[in-house]
Write a protein that binds this ligand. Structure first.
Ligand code: MMA
Ligand code: CA
Length: 198
């Protein structure tokens, strides 16, 4: 049996370590470098404990990474996901109007596909082409007619309008992607391919 003191110190250490104090780690935490006091405590009570724990953890992480990459392979193969940078774009192959699309993506824990650069536009285009169906994007007209913005109201940093678009002048508040990847402002009530991002 380990001493009660060890358990207390271990508890405090885990509480205080940046990796464990936050709800979710931003990245896989590296082995922490302990203060002299904690290192001595580990050395005294349980020499060799940390490397063993680290190896087991790394093993588990590698197994999970391998499982996830196999699942991604299947989803790619089934044309259900594409990736760009850190984003995953996904479709269920169904169609819906703009508001239903926004809602369904939110309910799935994501948001409606919103291209922020040519590579993301390309990833969404992949679905639009393979389902031969236009898709609504996470872009809407602002209060100023013909001025479009992201759904959170921030300015567009990238656009790919089809020539002579946007043309709706306040009558077409949503944006759809054509099968060549260009954008058209469009009424929000059409049936379009549901594409979400995660
Ligand atoms: C449709 C509609 C518009 C688009 C034009 C392009 C006639 O309206 O889809 O949004 O700008 O076609 O010709
Ligand atoms: Ca238009």
């Amino acid at each position: 049996m380990l001493s009660p003191l060890f358990h207390k110190i271990l508890g405090a250490a885990f509480f205080l370590l940046p990796c464990c104090a936050q709800g979710k780690p931003a990245a896989i935490p590296q082995r922490p470098s302990f203060s002299g006091f904690l290192q001595e405590t580990y050395d005294k009570f349980l020499p060799g404990f940390l490397p063993a724990a680290d190896n087991a953890r790394d093993d588990t992480i590698h197994q999970l990474e391998h499982r996830i990459s196999r699942l991604e392979g299947v989803l790619h193969l089934e044309k259900m996901i594409t990736t760009s940078g850190g984003k995953i774009f996904a479709t269920n192959g169904k169609k819906a109007d703009f508001h239903t699309t926004v809602k369904q993506c939110q309910e799935a824990g994501g948001s409606i596909a919103t291209p922020r650069n040519p590579s993301e536009n390309e990833a969404i285009l992949h679905f639009v082409k393979s389902y031969n169906t236009y898709a609504y994007l996470g872009i809407k007209e602002s209060l100023l007619p013909s001025k479009f913005q992201f759904l959170d109201g921030t300015k567009l940093n990238y656009t790919n309008w089809h020539s002579k678009e946007p043309s709706g002048k306040g009558e077409e508040e949503c944006v759809e992607m054509y099968t060549d990847g260009t954008w058209n402002d469009k009424r929000c009530n059409q049936n379009r391919l549901i594409v979400c991002e995660f």
